[in-house]
Design a protein around this ligand. Structure first.
Ligand code: GLV
Length: 260
């Protein structure tokens, strides 16, 4: 893509906070500046994380389907019961801007313990949370939510070995990048009930082919990467992307520039 654009290309400004889809080394080599859209999508993305977590934990997808398909009959006390957040342990993998906001958003649900693992280690957070080893987070969490960025270290972080350390009742949510998960292993773990259920806003590839085995599971909810998709967030992101480009073309500091 960089070659197709030609040697006159001065700037790449991605309409996203993640830039794992950009060849950073090649941009640096060609003196191409790189911009992204941090901060302005944090709340929207964390909010989608909450929505996906609740969708999976409270069986919303199955419930909506039951109403439409006529499966809803007389009142049954235990029908479609899920697991609530109250008194639960929530593990957040990656405590950056989105992880921290998610932590704040989940606090009012009555969660008993928040655990987190982070490459930056323990730090002061707006809500009480314990920084723990990754294996402890896996072992003790009822909900595992992935918010880390995709790096060589986090690629395939969630694989058979990881899922097998989680509770059988655990719910796995990924709002980060699809490649953080080995999807075949996730499929097996859901199919064999190694874990209870999963909610993914991100997959590999995107779009996920409609014949993906994951789509045959009734304990996996998949969204088409809509984390930052609020009208407001996307509008502000678009503005920031344009400002990044204009600043770079004028040789000025970009409002959100990735240091290469
Ligand atoms: O995934 C979305 C983003 O990186 O902004």
């Amino acid at each position: 893509m960089l070659s197709i654009s030609g040697p006159q290309l001065k700037v790449v400004s991605t309409l996203s906070v993640g830039y794992d889809h950009v060849n950073v080394a090649e941009c640096a080599k060609r003196n191409i500046r790189l911009g992204n859209t941090p901060d302005v999508l944090t709340k929207a993305t964390a909010e989608l994380g909450v929505a996906l977590l609740l969708t999976v934990s409270r069986n919303i997808e199955k419930a909506v389907h039951a109403v439409k398909s006529g499966e809803w009959s007389s009142w049954k006390s235990m029908w479609l019961c899920g697991s609530g957040l109250e008194y639960s342990t929530v593990g957040i993998v990656g405590m950056g801007r989105i992880g921290t906001t998610l932590l704040q958003m989940l606090q009012p649900f009555g969660v008993s313990r928040f655990l987190y693992s982070s490459k930056r280690g323990a730090r002061e957070l707006p809500v009480e949370a314990e920084c723990v080893e990754f294996h402890t987070l896996l072992k003790e969490s009822d909900f595992v939510i992935v918010c880390c960025s995709l790096t060589p270290e986090t690629k395939d972080l969630f694989r058979a070995e990881t899922f097998s350390q989680m509770k059988k009742t655990a719910i796995f949510i990924n709002i980060s990048r699809g490649a953080v998960v080995n999807q075949e292993d996730l499929y097996d773990s859901l199919k064999n009930e190694t874990i209870l259920a999963a909610g993914l806003d991100v997959t590999t590839p995107e779009p996920l082919p409609t014949d993906s085995p994951l789509l045959s599971l009734d304990n996996c909810t998949i969204l088409p990467h809509i984390g930052s998709a609020t009208t407001k967030a996307r509008s502000i992101m678009s503005e920031l992307t344009a400002k990044n480009i204009l600043a770079a073309l004028e040789g000025k500091p970009m409002p959100a520039e990735i240091k290469l």
